[in-house]
Design a protein around this ligand. Structure first.
Ligand code: KIV
Ligand code: ZN
Length: 546
């Protein structure tokens, strides 16, 4: 059958970075950050954006509703359990979407039915049918209604097929086969998919959803496509619960690189946007991409050995099965100098996947020229970091800051404690404090804590700190990510805020990141449970996960 919303012969790409991806522990995104990712997914040309799980929290509801309202030319999906309350919330959030896609699920394996849901197989089937009917009726004849049998790969296949038949009769237009715990093996998963295609493939799009617990998510996804699946559920960088989901970039580039193996078709993805999407998701979630990760790892196109370099120089086909340009890597060449113009920078940024103009372009341009003064070479990687830190669209540009850094000073020596001093302005009040610490960053964070405590009665508590060099060389920029919570919030349930800093001086970058996180903590409501829209992610304690 043809796949709605997708050209004949194409595989529908259902991106669940904002739902399953965001369920990765510590990957929580704010509403604004989710919108930023959604905009990049539109540039990437995915077919469906699963924007969240509306009933799980007010923050998720708002994110799904805003993405449904603000993104055009793409279907927007929301997840719901087959139980009273969830589907209604999802429908409400999806109503503004150009193409609403309701994603209903219930577990079908005996393990889940007996131990988790404590219901019978017949109860599960009944609930599935009931809520599929509800979705069809609530969203109308043109909406996409998807049904997922959670833990399908460990479900009795005959029962599974019966459930799929019943939901298709009730109005489901997509049936999804999740390998929820990453248990399947490719040939086995291909066989299961084939059986589902044979039984209900003439009435619904067959979709698959693979987790990576055995490192087989991409292999299982591709085996299912060869067996007739026409929708694949994937995430950027393979982000997701536990070991993650099948990665969008791997699946899409496999379809593109080996077209004769996938006669069901390729995807419509604008693959040159892959690197920008990968960087954005990594930056916002703070999940670094391993260097040898296929397609988007920093070494994915690096040729180290002399034999390989020689071969690639003679003809890239010797060792490259796809070009770096096809995934949006222009190479790490010198890209801007002090004399570069604004327009030249704009073109360079476009090559890297960023369309900037106006105020955003001005502020990145100013930062790039300042960096060109401080650093011998401004590379593509430097530019990407500057866009992340300075573009007006970036969720990290803190407008109207409650807190500003007036100055700092630190002394540090071998074997001794470091001594730090900071001068800050907090909501207009000038504060200074000193502290000693176990190194210069610790001393300055300690001084910040003291200054803030004096004024607010609480201070930030660092929960995570990461630093990376943006490019090589002694004058490389350091990019720092911190996560922090408020000292007054109980550790187990506290909201954490992320902050980023970027500078050729890593101490400055660290302080910048700490203050950016503090800025977000200052925007939290005092109760610590309800959220300020667009300010923080919903804390783990307030969330319902499938
Ligand atoms: O892994 C899973 O089973 C899921 C479903 C909700 C589709 O994420
Ligand atoms: Zn999943």
């Amino acid at each position: 059958m043809s796949v709605p919303g997708v050209a004949a012969g194409a595989i529908r790409i259902f991106d669940t970075t904002l739902r399953d991806g965001e369920q990765a522990p510590g990957a929580g995104l704010t509403v604004e950050e989710k919108l930023e990712v959604a905009r990049q997914l539109v540039r990437l040309n995915v077919d469906v954006i699963e924007a969240g799980f509306p009933a799980s929290s007010p923050g998720d509801f708002e994110a799904v509703q805003r993405i449904a309202r603000e993104t055009k030319g793409v279907a927007v999906a929301g997840l719901a359990r087959c139980r009273d309350g969830d589907p209604q919330r999802a429908v409400e959030a999806l109503l503004p979407a150009e193409r609403p896609h309701l994603h209903l699920f219930i577990a079908t394996s005996d393990i889940h039915l007996t131990h988790k849901l404590r219901i019978t197989r017949e109860d599960a089937l009944e609930a599935a049918v009931k809520w599929v009917r509800y979705g069809r009726q609530a969203l109308g004849p043109d909406a996409e209604i998807e049904f997922s049998a959670e833990d399908a790969s460990r479900t009795d296949p005959e029962y599974l097929l019966r459930v799929y038949e019943a939901v298709v009769d009730a109005g489901a237009t997509t049936v999804n086969i999740p390998d929820t715990v990453g248990y399947a093996i490719p040939a086995e998963f291909g066989d299961l998919t084939r059986r589902v295609v044979e039984r209900v493939g003439s009435g619904a799009v067959i979709s698959i959803h693979c987790h990576n617990d055995l490192g087989l998510a991409t292999a299982n996804t591709l085996a299912a496509v060869q067996a007739g699946a026409r929708q694949v559920e994937v995430t950027i960088n393979g982000l997701g619960e536990r070991a993650g989901n099948a990665s969008l970039e791997e699946v899409v580039m496999a379809l593109r690189t080996r077209p004769t193996q996938f006669l069901g078709g390729g995807s419509r993805v604008a693959t040159e946007q892959i690197s920008a999407a990968s960087r954005l998701v990594s930056y916002l979630t703070g999940f670094l991409v391993q260097p040898n990760k296929a397609i988007v790892g920093k070494n994915a196109f690096a040729h180290e050995s002399g034999i390989h370099q020689d071969g690639v120089l003679k003809n890239p086909l010797t060792y490259e099965i796809m070009t770096p340009q096809s995934v949006g890597l222009a190479g790490n060449r010198l890209s801007v100098g002090k004399l570069s113009g604004r327009r030249g920078l704009q073109g360079k940024l476009a090559e890297l996947g960023y369309q900037l103009e106006g105020e955003s372009l001005d502020s990145v341009y100013g930062a790039a020229i300042a960096l060109a003064d401080a650093k011998k070479e401004v590379t593509d990687a430097d530019l990407v970091a500057l866009v992340e830190q300075h573009a007006a669209e970036s969720p990290y540009v803190v407008t109207g800051p409650a807190i500003a850094l007036d100055g700092w000073n630190v002394t540090s020596s071998h074997g001794g404690r470091s001594l730090g001093n900071v001068a800050l302005r907090l909501r207009g009040e000038t504060l200074t404090a000193d502290s000693s610490g176990n190194g210069p960053v610790d001393a300055l964070f300690g001084a910040t804590d003291r200054a803030v405590e004096k004024s607010l009665g609480w201070h930030p508590v660092l929960t995570d700190y990461e630093i990376r060099a943006v490019s090589a060389g002694e004058d490389a920029q350091g990019q720092v990510l911190v996560r922090a919570r408020r000292s007054t919030d109980p550790e187990a349930t506290a909201d954490t805020a992320t902050g980023h800093g970027l500078s050729t001086n890593i101490i400055e970058a660290s302080l910048e990141a700490y203050l950016a996180a503090l800025e977000k903590l200052l925007a939290l409501p005092d109760s610590g449970t309800s959220r300020v829209a667009g300010t923080t992610a919903t804390p783990a304690a307030d969330r319902v996960a499938p």
